[in-house]
Design a protein around this ligand. Structure first.
Ligand SMILES: O=CC(=O)O
Length: 336
């Protein structure tokens, strides 16, 4: 019997042995010859991927395929039923277009695998931004010890109110870590979570979150409802001297408005792992020595990258062996 076909978009870098033992041993794995989106669209139209049942994609494969949007979904082979995205955030995939296609393409991501590593970076950015470490770290490397004039004193996390916008897996993990630093956690989410799930954190309205937080952390997915959820009007509702931290996706904040809020002093400092137009960063952020900037490394650890790949491989394996995904994105729950 012919083996099922799987499309590999991007590279398996850490769980190669698991891939070989599982998917590669039971499926024919195809990889695109294309080097850009125009070529990839043509390669899809040529029928080269016909018969493919499941696709494994990486965040970086967007460089070849472009976004998985309506235009691309329309030319993907009709045989493709499952798309496994190796990442927690799947804003590169238009899930609505995948659901609407006949037959639909079911999408999975890698939620829980990323929680610890991302919440760790989140905590690092909170402490770094509160303590204002960036200025003196730059001064030290410039041969000026702590710098002259001396940097302003930092602030302790103990007793500060941490507002978490988006109480999913990363938000809940961050809550536990922040409580070890004696921060008081409040949160806002599309829906209030039961007390056990949110670990007793206080649920507040969006406006209350903005008004009460000493540190505001963005932990929500990027989609058309959350793009620029934080902009000038929201900064105006925050405390003077608030600290902003974002490990979610750059575009949940209007970056130009953030720079204005930093320049006016409304925002004292920020810690960012993600940017609106990666790898471009707003010059107003780069020029500000007071802000902590990390180049999208929230999940950049051996353990987490391996766990993410293994999770994604598990989804592809389940797709071809059982005709279903182990985990499906929330928008498609009930479609499997
Ligand atoms: O940014 C990282 C991810 O979405 O997993």
């Amino acid at each position: 019997m012919a083996k099922p076909k799987v499309l590999l978009l991007g590279e398996i870098q850490h769980a190669g042995a698991v891939w070989e033992k599982s998917v590669a041993s039971i499926a024919d794995v195809l990889e695109p010859n294309s080097t850009n989106r125009a070529e990839f669209l043509e390669e899809c139209k040529s029928g080269r991927f016909d018969g493919v049942v499941a696709a494994y994609r990486t965040f970086d494969s967007v460089a070849v395929t472009g976004m998985i949007d309506q235009e691309l979904v329309a030319v993907l082979p009709k045989s493709l039923k499952f798309l496994s995205h190796n990442g927690a955030g799947y804003d590169q995939v238009d899930v609505h277009a995948c659901s609407e296609r006949d037959p639909p393409i079911l999408v999975s991501n890698t939620p829980t695998a990323v929680n610890d590593a991302t919440a760790d970076v989140n905590m690092f950015l909170i402490i770094g931004a509160l303590r204002g470490f960036n200025t003196s770290m730059l001064a030290l490397r410039d041969g000026k010890w702590r710098g002259s004039p001396l940097p302003p004193l930092g602030q302790d996390p103990q007793g500060k109110v941490l507002g978490i916008l988006g109480m999913g897996g990363i938000g809940r993990n961050l809550k536990k870590k922040a409580e070890a630093f004696e921060m008081k956690v409040i949160y806002h989410n599309r829906r209030k979570l039961d007390a056990e799930l949110c670990g007793g954190a206080e649920y507040v309205s969006f406006d209350e979150l903005l008004a009460k937080s000493d540190v505001l952390s963005l932990n929500l997915p990027l989609n058309k409802h959350t793009r620029h959820i934080i902009s000038d009007a929201e900064f105006a509702k925050m405390k003077q001297g608030v600290v902003i931290v974002n490990t979610a996706r750059g575009a949940v904040i209007d970056e130009a408005a953030l720079v204005r809020a930093l320049d006016s002093g409304r925002v004292r400092s920020c810690g960012l792992d993600v940017y609106e137009e990666e790898p471009k960063i707003h010059p107003g952020l780069v020029a500000n020595p007071n802000v902590m900037l990390v180049p999208h490394m929230g999940t950049w650890t051996v353990e987490t990258q391996t766990a993410m790949e293994e999770w994604n491989i598990g989804n592809v394996q389940a797709a071809i062996e059982k005709g279903k995904l182990n985990s499906i994105v929330p928008e498609q729950e009930g479609m499997a």
